[in-house]
Write a protein that binds this ligand. Structure first.
Ligand code: FAD
Ligand code: NAP
Length: 338
């Protein structure tokens, strides 16, 4: 008998799998290694960054192991959280303990175990700057291994886990957090503005979290009410020469310059939302799959349509952006059985 996955993906896609196995401890995970190898079992945490096909043929492993432990490391604390813990829950818990470092990453849906997969980031902070190591099942050997941050090969919304899918299943994540006095990151434009509005000039980490929470609640759809998977596309990076050509083209069209942000490696990051907006998609407010008006990088699925329909809308957007800007947007969520 197949199992419905509708409630296990925040896009609300109607989907089924032949089998769902809930993992609540590491020993069970290790025992599943042959099934990962032989049946290509897939892993789901909170299902907030996936697009699922209607019939998932592989068994699905649902990570639900729990637990948090703390170890003193000089001026810092090493916090190890099980993959099945809620990411937002961990951020709230860490702030409650007086630990600092995760405040900018508050309210990101999903599980701790998925956080390293795309090196989650928001409001000027990316996970890799807080991560010590990852404990994972190495599928080929069936052994539990520990990967240092360097071995995770983190990049912009990317990691070894994304580049080598199926090779590791993350069982736990160890973060290095600060105590009182650890610097807070408030350079992100919208965040500094919000703190200003709140009348706070030297914010404590909980106040940074509060400011981020306010912005996110205003700007993003709550997946419990409006099905969505957050940003549907990654922000593209272009070279200086490509950017100059793009800006010239925008000027010739009588438009203002595109927003740009510096990116590691000498390239420049563009805001995909702005490209989508300039292609006129903000007004796509009808139908089962829509563009979120307050943030056009987010596709919503109020009609709870199948993956094919969601991906068809995504493709329309990608084609329009490519035609207008010569930039091919990459999908951010992972697709399974599509
Ligand atoms: P899932 O969707 O279950 O899985 C995502 C991928 O990770 C899949 O490939 C899955 O196989 C793999 N995976 C899951 N668990 C494991 C594991 N234990 N071991 C190995 N692989 C695993 N992302 C950001 O970076 N920044 C944001 O600010 C942000 N905001 C969001 C806002 C909204 C409203 C929504 C809906 C999404 C947002 N996201 C954001 C995207 C998403 O929440 C994150 O990527 C999150 O880390 C996904 O967690 P999950 O448990 O839901 O992963
Ligand atoms: P925004 O503030 O409207 O800005 C648009 C884009 O510009 C962002 O994606 C961001 O890139 C980039 N940007 C803005 N200011 C920047 C700065 N000072 N330095 C570097 N890059 C800057 O973005 P938003 O959609 O409301 O999201 C706010 C934050 O939450 C972003 O960090 C975003 O990544 C994160 N977020 C992510 C998701 C997701 O599903 N992945 C969903 C919602 C929000 P970056 O994305 O690289 O930061």
């Amino acid at each position: 008998m197949s199992v419905r996955l509708d409630g296990l993906n925040t896009l609300g896609i109607p989907a089924r799998a032949e089998e769902v196995i809930t993992v609540t401890d590491t020993r069970t995970l290790a025992r599943l290694a042959p099934r990962f190898r032989e049946e290509g079992m897939i892993v789901l945490g909170g299902g907030s960054n996936v697009v699922l096909g209607a019939d998932i043929r592989q068994p699905v492993c649902l990570m639900r192991n729990r637990g948090i432990r703390v170890e003193e490391r000089g001026p810092e604390v090493a916090v190890t959280a099980a993959a099945g813990e809620s990411w937002h829950g961990l951020v709230r818990w860490s702030l409650g303990q007086g630990y600092q470092g995760l405040e900018n990453l508050v309210l990101i849906p999903g599980s701790v175990g998925a956080a390293p997969v795309q090196n989650i980031g928001a409001y000027g902070v990316e996970l890799d700057t807080r991560l010590d190591s990852v404990g994972a099942l190495e599928v080929a050997s069936g052994e539990m291994v520990r990967l240092s941050a360097r071995e995770c090969a983190f990049g912009y919304r990317s990691s070894r886990f994304r580049l080598e899918p199926g090779r590791f299943v993350i069982a736990e994540v160890t973060l290095l957090l600060g105590r009182e006095g650890y610097p807070v990151e408030t350079g992100y434009g919208e965040l500094s503005l919000e703190l200003e509005r709140m009348g706070i000039s030297r914010p404590a980490p909980v106040q940074v979290a509060e400011a981020v929470t306010r912005i996110r609640r205003r700007k993003l759809p709550d997946p419990r009410r409006v099905p969505n998977a957050g940003s549907f596309f990654r922000n593209p990076r272009v070279s200086g020469a490509e950017l100059a050509a793009l800006q010239r083209r925008e000027q010739a069209r009588g438009r203002g310059p595109l927003r740009t942000y510096p990116d590691a490696g000498g390239s420049v990051k563009l805001a995909a939302a702005e490209l989508i907006d300039r292609c006129g998609f903000k007004t796509r407010q009808e139908g089962g799959v829509r563009v979120w008006r307050r943030q056009p990088l987010v596709l919503t699925n109020p009609g709870r349509r199948a993956a094919a329909e969601v991906l068809a809308v995504a493709e329309q957007i990608r084609s329009a952006v490519e035609e207008a800007y010569g930039v091919r947007l990459e999908l951010e969520p992972d697709t399974f059985g599509c």
